[in-house]
Design a protein around this ligand. Structure first.
Ligand SMILES: [Zn+2]
Ligand SMILES: [Zn+2]
Length: 341
């Protein structure tokens, strides 16, 4: 049995940027750190200025820490691992996680285990078990995370919770999400950038896009084709144009559904047609996705199962005396893990 042992997250952190201003900012930060001499700023054709390592850096050396500007768990992975919709920490107990993987329960059943919710792993162990479930089904580890997701990412703008009734499938928000699920989940992350810009716009219209300006802003359909493709030149060009056209069409469909979804929403955050059209258009939407194409980081975070297996192995290899150094997951239900190992 293959056990998914991690939460898969698309994210965009500023360290992966190609914009000159940001590279200068981060190279200063890295220079200030102990590892500063291991880096240099290099100018490249495709990605602008980038920071590269000039010597080997030992595994485990922390060079920089920051929160992603936007992040989402891969849709497929949501069936296997439950993490907080905002901070992506693990939620639930190991037993629930294993039941979920064995399809004894589904994600919605998982929500019923209110009594036994705990948070394990890394920093999460220190947090109180106080999960919150949004009416749309998204799960947060705390009301603080739910509040942050609404205030920073504008979750409420595209939340499907308030939508009900027989015609819910026709609702623009559902239509937008279905289109993304059927074509490319990256549109969901792009929508998160759009709603977070709206939240920033509400606070300070002049600085609404500032956080994203430092990224390379090429359009998705212009940058997706690998620059080193070999083959007959005219055939390559034809294929490249076909792909570019397909991506443009898809982006246009997605953007129009998103526009309709945002303008028809009844969340507390309202934006007029005029304001929306001044902030966004298909090309800007394409630049957001192009930004992911060139700056996206895939993160794999260990799930409770991975942490549990590690703890079990640690138990087997070096038994920890009772009452000493017992960490998250070390008292894991061996019987449960036994089914998977
Ligand atoms: Zn959280
Ligand atoms: Zn929601």
């Amino acid at each position: 049995m293959i056990v998914p042992t991690s939460a898969h997250v698309h994210s965009m952190a500023s360290l992966a940027v190609g914009g000159g201003e940001a590279v200068d900012y981060y190279s200063d930060k890295l220079n200030a750190a102990d590892v500063g001499s291991c880096f240099q700023v290099v100018k490249t054709k495709s990605k602008g200025k980038i920071i590269v390592a000039t010597s080997d850096i030992s595994k485990g050396v922390l060079i920089h820490r920051e929160s992603p500007l936007v992040a989402m768990q891969s849709l497929d992975n949501k069936f296997d691992v439950v993490v907080c919709h905002y901070c992506k920490c693990n939620i639930g107990t190991l037993e629930q996680q294993i039941d979920l993987l064995q399809r004894k329960i589904n994600r919605l059943d998982y929500l019923k285990y209110e009594q036994s919710w705990t948070l394990l792993g890394e920093e999460d162990i220190k947090r109180p078990p106080s999960h919150v479930v949004c009416s749309c089904g998204e799960i947060y580890c705390s009301s603080e995370c739910q509040g942050n997701d609404n205030a920073r990412n504008g979750h409420a703008i595209l939340c499907t919770g308030p939508i009900d009734g027989e015609s819910s499938r026709e609702h623009p928000i559902i239509q937008f999400k279905l289109h993304a699920m059927e074509t490319n989940e990256i549109f969901i992350l792009a929508a998160q950038v759009v709603t977070s810009i709206i939240m920033r716009y509400k606070k300070d219209p002049k600085r609404s896009k500032e956080a994203f300006k430092r990224f390379v802003q090429n359009k998705w359909w212009d940058v997706v084709w690998p620059s080193n493709t070999a083959g007959d030149e005219s055939e390559v060009l034809e294929e490249k144009n076909m792909l570019a056209n397909t991506l443009y069409e898809l982006s246009m469909e997605s953007f129009h559904l998103l526009r309709q979804a945002i303008l028809s929403n009844c969340s507390p955050v309202q934006i007029s047609d005029k304001e929306f059209d001044e902030l966004f258009n298909v090309d800007y939407y394409g630049s957001i996705i192009g930004m992911f194409e060139q700056n996206n980081l895939g993160i794999r975070r260990k799930s409770l199962v991975a942490l549990g297996i590690e703890a079990k192995m640690a138990d087997v290899n070096a038994p920890v005396p009772k009452g000493q150094g017992v960490a998250a997951g070390q008292s894991v239900e061996s019987g449960l893990l036994g089914k998977l190992l």
